[in-house]
Unconditional design. Structure first.
Length: 347
């Protein structure tokens, strides 16, 4: 039994600005035990996502027990629960846990095997940890929510708003793989360069009206839009350029303070546009019947990576995994200017 064994972790008792050393602190917690279909994972690398920052900011009360953040992880299966069928101790895996459970910013972590995948054999732990949350979001957004086929999209195009971030970096690659013409948005020289390097066919600036910029590259409308940035801010531009009967998917909810009338959905009415949300934690949060789909798509992604068709989006490594480095990573994310993914490795 592991009951009294301790492990390192990083967590928060209350929300504080990231500049405050108490905003994320080093902890020693009990090492958990796997039950049911849980895997106990020895975490080797983690990546940070806007979701981490969002949850930290929501955690604005004094708590008895610390909130452990972090969802992306890559590591080695240490122990398996009695009902596990997919993995065995020693397996290298990568995953983006569940938002309703303690996060992966800990030396050992429990995850349901149905949302974990076999790590790509061609990547190290850090390069693999950069991928799960953003890849699942991009995959589900493109193929499940927008209903894009994995093939035969030669005459179709997609506009990806906020293309240089973590999700955009994968979405560009997957959309190109599916045969779409990709228009990515980016506004700074370094983000434009990054989006080009991932295979975007055209780049427009999301701080300026979309339609004139699209016309400049010979397009009147787009078939699909994947919004990875402020949905409210971009809705009018999206409504203007989406093709009649086109589809828009967003991963950015409206700000709760401005909910009333903030999304002017009537702008999409006359074009009969489909608008759909993507939240990659839905399956694990509600234990949906198709929860295992995340296991399957991560395995498929690993094959695409090992075949050289998709590349990791890791752009920065920090070592070791501790509160100081996690505060630094959060601080970078909060600027809204990060390109690709920041990964921390080794406790």
């Amino acid at each position: 039994m592991n009951t009294h064994q301790k492990m390192k972790a990083v967590g928060a008792y209350r929300y504080l600005p990231i500049s405050n050393p108490e905003s994320l602190i080093d902890l020693h917690l009990d090492k958990p035990n796997p039950t049911g279909r849980d895997l106990l994972v020895r975490v080797k690398a983690i990546s940070v996502n806007p979701a981490d920052v969002g949850v930290r900011e929501k955690h604005n009360y004094e708590a008895e027990s610390p909130k452990i953040l972090g969802w992306d992880a890559a590591g080695i299966v240490e122990q398996v629960g009695p009902d596990c069928q997919l993995f065995k101790p020693g397996d290298k895996i990568f995953y983006a846990g569940s938002v309703s459970r303690p996060g992966s910013n800990s030396e050992f972590h429990l995850v349901d095997e149905r949302i974990a995948g076999n790590m790509p054999s061609s990547l190290d732990f850090a390069a693999a940890a950069a991928l799960p949350l953003t890849s699942i979001t991009a995959w589900e957004g493109l193929f499940d929510r927008l209903g894009i086929s994995l093939h035969a999209n030669e005459n179709k195009n997609i506009l990806i708003i906020g293309a240089a971030g973590g999700v955009g970096s994968i979405a560009i690659q997957l959309a190109k793989l599916a045969g779409l013409t990709v228009i990515g948005t980016a506004s700074r020289p370094e983000s434009i360069q990054w989006v080009k390097s991932l295979g975007a066919d055209f780049i427009i600036n999301h701080n300026e009206p979309f339609q004139p910029q699209l016309k400049e590259v010979g397009m009147d409308t787009v078939d699909y839009i994947f919004c990875l940035n402020d949905t409210v801010q971009h809705l009018e531009n999206m409504a203007e350029v989406i093709v009649p009967q086109g589809k828009i998917c967003s991963i950015v909810p409206t700000n709760k303070e401005t909910w009333a009338g903030s999304l002017k959905m009537d702008l999409l009415f006359s074009k009969s546009v489909t608008f759909v949300w993507e939240f990659m934690f839905t399956r694990s949060l509600y234990h949906t019947k198709d929860m295992i789909k995340q296991h399957e798509l991560l395995n498929e992604l690993a094959n695409l990576i090992d075949d050289g068709k998709i590349k990791t989006t890791l752009t920065e490594r920090l070592e070791p995994i501790n509160a100081a480095n996690l505060r630094l990573a959060h601080e970078k994310l909060e600027t809204g200017r990060t390109i690709g993914k920041i990964v921390l490795e080794n406790f």
